[in-house]
Each structure stands twice: as structure tokens, then as C-alpha cells.
Design a binder for this molecule. Sequence first.
Ligand code: C2E
Ligand code: MG
Ligand code: MG
Length: 645
Amino acid sequence: MIRFDLENAAWILSLYCLVYCLMVNRRQYKFSRSVKANLLNQHVVFILAVFSLTVTSASSVAGSFLETLSSRQVFFWQYLLHTLYYLFHITLSTCLALYFMDITGAGVGKKEKYFILFSLPYLLVVLLILTNPLSDVCFYMDARGYHRGAWMPLLYACGLAYLVICFLLFFRHIRAISRTDRMEVGALLFLAAVGVVLQALYPQLRVELFAEALTLLGIMMIMEERSGHVDPLTGALNRPALVEASRRLIESGRSSRLILVKLTNLDLFAKLFSSREIDSLILQVAEWLTETAGDYELFHYRDRDFAILVPDEANALADELGGAILQRFEQNWQTGAVNFRLEAELCIVRVPEDVSSLNELDELIAIRFREKNQGTRLVSFHEVSTFRRNRHLAQSLRDAVEGQKLRVWYQPIWSVEEGRTVAAEALLRIDSEEFRGISPEVYIPVAEQCGVIREIGLFVFEEVCRFLRDCDYRKLGLEYVDVNLSVYQFLHDNLAERFEAIREQYGLPRDAINLEITESASMQTPVVEAALEELRRIGYHFSLDDFGTGYSNLVQLIRTSYKNVKMDKSLLWDGDHNENAARLLDNLIRVIRGLGCNVVQEGVETPAQLERSASAGANLIQGYFFSRPIPEQKFLEYLKRGESN
Ligand code: C2E
Ligand code: MG
Ligand code: MG
């Protein structure tokens, strides 16, 4: 008669886990052809643990059943079932310890010796159990039934030791397990331990196997339910899986390599081809990468981003693998009748030397290495870290704004006709050690990206208004001050209103301030144009800055009216040694003057450059030849001394 007790529940539960794990395992890793890769996977250790528990609990139940028959013929089977019970029970605890070694990353990169030492107690116990028919040290059976042998406590001690190892690994490497899973995994371990202790104290309770089955079921649901870790399109592992794997790697402290592969021109193809074609292209890349990565795990963590994880023992291979990938991207990819020439950027990152926390890794994988496409290439980590530095810079900028570290310096603008300083450009400086030696050319774009440009813009505008009011600028011969305006400032509403409120507060006329913009084609959105128009309508004048570089084009000059056009310094400097550049600049200045705009030549450093610019028709000059940007007080002294006159 079969009793429906806890031990029956235990084998039914563990059998369910076993079937489920095997089915899931078939579904996942569909690209992983390497048996070794699968064997090394934590999954296999877990399946082994579940299998051991199934055999253990089934043997226990079958044993109890045979006892009820109490016939001499079943003696052999009873003995066999006891043997199986002990053999697989010790295997279960050993597998569980191995599994915890895996999920906590404690086993990463450990030498064989370590594992041999780890499994020695297990092997010893297995030997004892297998030789028990000769020695009777574990248990023996006589006419009165089953008896524990003299060394039985050793078996229990060994099982308990492996359970203690699980606890130790769990607490020691708790950071390797995601925050959300920690509580549950800890509670499940505790449950198993309670089962063992209860049964040791009250053997008639028979709760141990059931508690263990619940523990495994729980772990399976939390840690092993990996269907959420697989990208349905490619079958490769997905972003949560990458985060999980990286957490383990970082915690283990062993040096590994993460090869990041970013498809940089996929967006372009996505505009030209159907999503079915693009999917099949991505699939093809994934298949090739899986094949090439061999034993190592492939992650497809975003549309156009792949990663291969190369563990520490194969570090040297990472470069080789990187080389092969770069080479492959020199050739076409074909889906259907279409040939794609995909471009990829590769970055080989050392974990944990380059990225020592999950946050850092998360930032890194979120980065697009280059805004502009530069074709297939290997990106050095240093280059990537510049991008990351910019992220820190964004925080420092916010701190500088809050800590009132922003300053405005002035660079004189000299009039060729009047032979004196008539204006100045206001330029931002940050009075902080962290920004020493960092040009606004570096941090202004960062301020634009992170939105701080809004506060900075308003600060500079107000500071210039205050300066003009305090110094009685007209008496000093100043006509206006240039304030640089980023187009990103237009994206925040009410810019014109805010400027007006500040200007009125300081009682200045609108023409005391000249707004400088560099128009980039990409930013010519209706929002920007409307804001520009509004400022123009109420009476602000504009300069077109850095003309001759970037996106500035001649058509803009006809479409929009600029009071000044500021010629970029690079064209002037090129003219020092390139006759064509000199001639082009010369003619450009004439054309722009012909349109009725003032031409300000920036970057004049030498008398020859001054001479060249003036004779071409530039009527305003700005450059180190007269003065570098200087603080307010020095600028006032400069004006009063009339150095440029
Ligand atoms: P920009 O508006 O074209 O400013 C002129 C830049 O050229 C200034 O660099 C100035 O110091 C530099 N310069 C002027 N004459 C010479 C010269 O003879 N030789 C050399 N080597 N350089 C010269 P700075 O101050 O480093 O500013 C760089 C850029 O940062 C500015 O270029 C502007 O685009 C941006 N920027 C500076 N302050 C602000 C600001 O308050 N708001 C905004 N939105 N951008 C700003
Ligand atoms: Mg400027
Ligand atoms: Mg400029």
C-alpha cells in the first residue's frame, strides 16, 4: 500500500523539476553546439542535483514499501535501495554546493586541484557506500531489519558539511546574487537546513527530503527559470543574462574579457529594408558569432549589440577572437538576394580591471562608442572611457552650477575701422580644480547632452547683463557683448521670456547683447526656428559663429539675417600655409561683407593674420593677438588702459 506522505510528495516534486529542467534546457541555448559548454553550465549541476533528489526520494519510498512486504526475497532490493538512497543523497548535497559555487562565481577560474580537494570527502563517502556490503560500516541488515553502521555519522557529517559550504558561499558572495533574489535564495537554503535538522532530531518526521525538494523547486523558479534570459530572435542570451553573468564575474574578481560588438550602420539598413530582412540579417550575424565564439557565451543584449564573454583562462584568445570578428565584417553578409556590408565597432573590455561594478558595465554597454560612423574598427577602452568620463563630467557640471563655480570671462573684439575695442565675447569658465585644463569645447557639449546648458545659458546671460550695467559699458567704448547660445537652450521653453525678464531687471537695451549661434543642420527643427524668430522679432541681434566649419552653409546667410558672421579660426590658420585656404577665406569675407553683414575674424594670433583678415575686409577682429579671454576685472583694466588703441 503506497502512503501519500511527505516522501512521496518529495519524489513527485523532484521528478516534476527534473522533467521541467530537461525541457527548458532543450529549448535554450539552441546555438550552443558544444557539449562542453553545456556541461560546464550551472544548469547541468542543477539537473544533477534534481536527479539525485529524485532517486533518493524514490528509493526511500520504495524502501518503505518493501518493508511492508517483509519477505526474505526482497532483502536484496531493500539493500540496494538503501545504497542508492545514501549514494544519491550525498551526491545531492555535493551538487548543491557546486551549484552555489557556480551561481556565486566562487568557482570561476579555480584550478583543478581546488575541485579535487572539494570533492575528496564526497569520493570518500561514495567509496564507503559502495564497499559497504563488505564492511557494514554504513549500515547493515539482518533478520530484524535495517541498522545504522558505526560510520554512519560520517555520512551525515559530510552531507552537512556541503550544506554549510552552500551557506558560506552564499553569505560570502551575496553580491553575486541579484538583490531581488537574495532573500528568496537565502530562505530556501534555510528551509533545507531546517528539514535536515528536524529529521536528525525526530527521525519519524521524514521531512528532510520534502524540504530539499521544496528548496530545489524554489531555486529552479528563481535562478533556473532562464526562459526570460534568452533572446527569442537569436536564441542567444539577453541583457538580464549579461547583467547576471557580469555580476558573477565581478564578484569572483577573476580577470575576464568581454568582447562588445556593436553593429554601427544597422540603422541605415533598417531604413531601407523590411524588418523581416533585418531580423534575418541579425540572425545570421548571431549564428556566425555563436559558431566563432565556440565554448564562450554569446549575448544579444540589444538590437544592434552583441557581447562574448571570454573567461580568464582563455584571455589570450579574446584578441584572436576580436581579430576574426573584425575580419568577418570586412566581408558582406547576405540574406535573400541582398548583400549587406555591415560595419561593427569592437571593444575588448577587461572585467573587473576596466569595469569594476555592475553600474559601470551598464553604462558601458549603453554607450554608443562614436556618434559618427567610422567603419569597422577596434575601439580602445581608453576611447570608450572618454565617453564615460563625460558622464562624470555631467555630474561635476551640475555640482559646479550648484556650488556657484561658474564664471564669465571676456575676450575683446577689435574694430578695424575704429582701431579700438568695441565689443567682447563672453566665455564660460569654471572655477574648480576638476575643470582645470578642460576646455569649454569639451564640457559645453556635455552640458548640452545632460541639459545643464539651460542653467549655464541663463547664468551667462544674467552675468553679462550685470557686468554691462555695473561698468557703464558705453563710457568704456563698448557697444555690445557677445553671448554664446546653444541651440539646445531653445528646446527649453520660454527662452525669450526669460531673457527679457533678466534684461529688464538690469535695465539694458536689447542691442547691448548680441547672441551667437552655431547652426547645425540637424538642429533646424521648427521649435528652434520659432524660438530664434521670436528673439529676432523682439529685437535681439545674432551672430553666426564658427562660419566655415561644420554644418554652416551659405544658404543660411540669405535665409536669415545675421548682424555678424564670425569666421572660424581654422580656415584662417590653414591660410598660413595653404594658398587655396587663404584665397577661399579672402573671397568668403568679401561675399559676406557684400551681403551687408559684419565679419568678425576669430583666432587672430599674429600681425600677418591681422593684416590678411583686415585687407580681405573683415571689420572686426578677435584673437590672442589682442588678448586671451580674461576675467571681468582684468578686462575692465584692459579697456581703461586702452591697450588695443
Ligand atoms: P567660440 O564661441 O567660437 O569662442 C571662441 C573660442 O576661440 C574661445 O575658446 C576662445 O578662447 C578661442 N580663441 C579666440 N581667439 C583665439 C586665438 O587667437 N587662438 C586660439 N587658439 N583660440 C582663440 P573657449 O573659451 O575655449 O570656448 C570654446 C567654445 O566653447 C566656444 O567657441 C563656444 O562654442 C563654447 N562656449 C564657451 N562659452 C560658452 C557659453 O557661455 N555658452 C555656450 N553655449 N557655449 C560656450
Ligand atoms: Mg562664440
Ligand atoms: Mg567661434
